[in-house]
Design a protein around this ligand. Structure first.
Ligand code: 1CP
Length: 320
């Protein structure tokens, strides 16, 4: 999740030194930002500091990450010529700074590092809409009208994602997470027909690396069974699906992570504690990783997050 970003004063301080993309391109700083939440909260794993748009920026798609808005695309992709601009990504050549950041982190961290990439649908939605969108209507219209071109676009994005993950694992990342943040806007039938094959292609592309592959979406309760078919070892759940139900639907072979509503961390400690307990009470005995259901909200008090982490650790010991 975009943890560090938004709630830590030490992050905001570092962020003053340049744009988000410049920060991602500077291994020393990107590594420092990755370490900040680990140091402060004592979590069990680190997530690389980068952004899902970095590989696209690195292959020459004009991307700007506008503060308070998100990724904005200079020339949105809406036709074949646009799709053909999505050339193969060679991380070692196009984005050596990511590889170097991972290598630095692995040398320094005493917890595992999670690498990540954007999933084809979520990347396509930024490329087609030109920026963040609530309805993803242009994306869906493109998918419905140009199914063959859409398929080619998603295949290219899947290959870019797989190349990115492969480079991160080769540099030492111990698990990978695929963020399909906006795919919940599709029906199950459309997901199966127009998106699932590309997600599978991405995950198959790194299957031989033998690291856990986590697939995450927001508002994807209706897609869980189809997401499982991608081959991921773990599925991330937002807060809409009760953990016990999600777990029953996915079965004991799939690990699950997430589930606390980030809004719970804007409340008093008593409320946050109660909400955390509810999540833990519904968690399966094995194969559950506690996490929020989506990114930390910028207004969150970091001290409350630290308390949640300590509380989960305590509860885990009590229940063991
Ligand atoms: O802990 C971390 O900070 C990890 C680094 C990280 C990750 C994993 C960032 C830095 N971005 C991401 C992934 C990412 N980026 C996702 C997938 C996860 C999710 O759903 O939250 C998405 C959808 C993006 C795109 C993006 N980048 C947005 C969302 C816009 C929208 O459509 O609503 C935003 C606001 C950004 C900017 C960004 N990237 C990262 C941070 C910390 C920030 C915001 C703060 C800043 O500009 O400094």
């Amino acid at each position: 999740m975009r943890q560090a970003g938004r709630s830590l004063p030490e992050y905001r301080e570092l962020r003053k030194s340049g744009t988000l993309i410049e920060l991602c391109e500077t291994p020393e700083l990107a590594a420092e930002v990755t370490l900040q939440p680990v140091r402060r909260h004592g979590v069990d794993a680190a997530i690389l500091f980068s952004d899902i748009m970095i590989p696209l920026h690195a292959i020459g798609v004009g991307v700007e990450i506008v503060p308070g808005v998100g990724p904005v695309i200079a020339a949105p992709i809406r036709d074949r010529r646009g799709v053909e601009r999505l050339r193969p990504f060679e991380p070692e050549v196009d984005a050596p700074y990511v590889v170097e950041t991972v290598a630095r982190l692995v040398a320094e961290l005493d917890v595992p590092l999670i690498g990540f990439t954007g999933a084809p649908f979520t990347l396509a939605s930024y490329l087609i809409e030109g920026g963040p969108s609530k309805s993803h209507a242009l994306t869906k219209a493109f998918m419905y009208s140009e199914p063959e071109l859409w398929r080619q676009m998603l295949e290219r994005l899947a290959d870019i994602g797989a190349a990115s993950l492969r480079a991160q694992v080769n540099a030492g990342a111990q698990a990978v997470q695929v963020f399909d943040s906006w795919v919940g806007s599709l029906s199950l039938a459309d997901y199966r027909q127009h998106v699932a094959p590309a997600v599978k292609r991405l995950l198959d592309g790194v299957a031989d690396l033998n690291v856990p592959r986590i697939l995450f979406g927001v508002g994807t309760g209706h897609l869980l069974e189809a997401m499982r078919e991608s081959g991921a070892e773990a599925i991330g759940l937002d807060w809409r699906v009760p953990l016990d139900q999600g777990s029953a639907r996915l079965g004991p072979e799939i690990a699950i992570q997430g589930n606390l509503d980030p809004a719970a961390c804007l409340c008093s400690w008593d409320v946050a504690r109660e909400r955390t307990l509810e999540v833990l009470d519904r968690a399966p005995e094995r194969g559950y990783v506690f996490n929020l259901g989506h990114g930390v909200l910028p207004e969150t008090d970091p001290a409350l997050l630290t308390r949640v982490v300590e509380f989960v650790r305590e509860q885990t010991q009590v229940r063991a």
